[in-house]
Design a protein around this ligand. Structure first.
Ligand SMILES: Nc1ncnc2c1ncn2[C@@H]1O[C@H](COP(=O)(O)OP(=O)(O)O)[C@@H](O)[C@H]1O
Ligand SMILES: [Mg+2]
Length: 289
């Protein structure tokens, strides 16, 4: 299904989008949206709504239940399309490419966008999808509709990651933030390749470079919180740090612990792979100084 998103996105009609928007809106009030509400919202006649719903159901973009009353709801895949549609309308995305990464809590596509049609990436957040997260999020989001808590978690994560990029770019070497809608963000494509997949000729130089980015980040009031060789790109000019939704600020109760863990992850990696030894306490002192 996920890999089909570009294909489905290209085939979906404006009227079908209108149906998805109707269900999205009415899900604020219903766990399963009655068909009459979809008719009211779209102002299409019942027969047409039924026809459009059956098309959408075929692509598994909506889910239907028949008990008590006929109702519909949408899941991540439909929200993906709604967010992509918003990006295309605003011009931050012109053409959707392929899936380039499936992370723990995201799906990442490449795309082109903007006036000069440059390479960008679209990150669709998936927080709240796994059941463990789901339970935790439910408790935290009192006031939010329970059946939407998974979406709420993903939206929050996308917004948070976007805010971090806005705060850091361009002082810190991070992707340029381009757009944010629902649970999705558009950003520039990181240059180079993942540190974890690289063989560096000058590892000391790269380690210094990464530590200096951590220091600048800290200076701007941000601690990554999930730093590792899998969230750092390296290229001939330096590095680029990605994946920011879990950042914290230095005033957070666990700030020192998480800063230390971030640095430790990086140092351990350079030690394992390149036999480089550094003193972590000294580095932390120089960062928070
Ligand atoms: N700006 C980017 N440029 C290039 N590739 C990216 C970018 N952002 C993410 N990716 C790719 O997608 C994968 C998952 O993205 P990431 O932000 O690390 O999310 P997760 O939280 O799921 O790990 C990354 O490992 C990387 O391969
Ligand atoms: Mg990651």
């Amino acid at each position: 299904m996920l890999e089909n998103i570009p294909e489905i996105f290209r085939s979906i009609t404006d009227k079908e989008f209108r149906i998805l928007v109707a269900i999205e809106n009415k899900m604020k009030f219903y766990e399963w949206v009655p068909i009459e509400e979809i008719v009211n919202f779209t102002r299409f006649d019942l027969k047409e709504v039924e026809y459009l719903l059956s098309n959408l159901a075929q692509n598994k973009l909506i889910h239907r239940k028949d008990q008590t009353y006929e109702g519909y709801r949408i899941y991540f895949e439909a929200y993906d399309l709604l967010a992509l549609n918003a990006f295309v309308k605003r011009g931050s995305v012109n053409a959707l490419g392929e899936v380039i990464g499936i992370g723990k809590e995201s799906i990442v596509f490449d795309a082109t966008g903007g006036l000069i049609d440059r390479h960008v990436i679209i990150k669709l957040h998936r927080e709240g999808k796994s059941s463990f997260r789901h339970v935790r999020v439910k408790r935290e989001t009192t006031g939010e509709r329970r059946h939407l808590s998974w979406l709420y978690a993903a939206r929050l994560a996308a917004k948070k990651e976007y805010d971090a990029l806005v705060a850091l770019y361009p002082q810190v070497s991070v992707p340029e933030p381009i757009d944010n809608n629902r649970h999705a963000i558009v950003m520039s494509m990181a240059k180079g390749q993942l540190l974890a997949h690289s063989r560096l000729d000058e590892p000391d130089w790269y380690l210094d470079e990464i530590l200096s980015q951590i220091k600048k980040t800290y200076g701007l009031g941000i601690i990554h919180g999930d730093l590792s060789e899998f969230n750092i790109f390296v290229n001939p000019a330096g590095c680029e740090i990605i994946d920011w939704p879990q950042f914290i600020t230095p005033s957070h109760a666990n700030a020192q612990e998480l800063l230390k863990r971030d640095i430790d992850n990086v140092l351990s990696y350079f030690n394992r792979k390149y036999r480089i030894k550094r003193n972590i306490e000294e580095i932390i002192r120089s960062i928070i100084a």
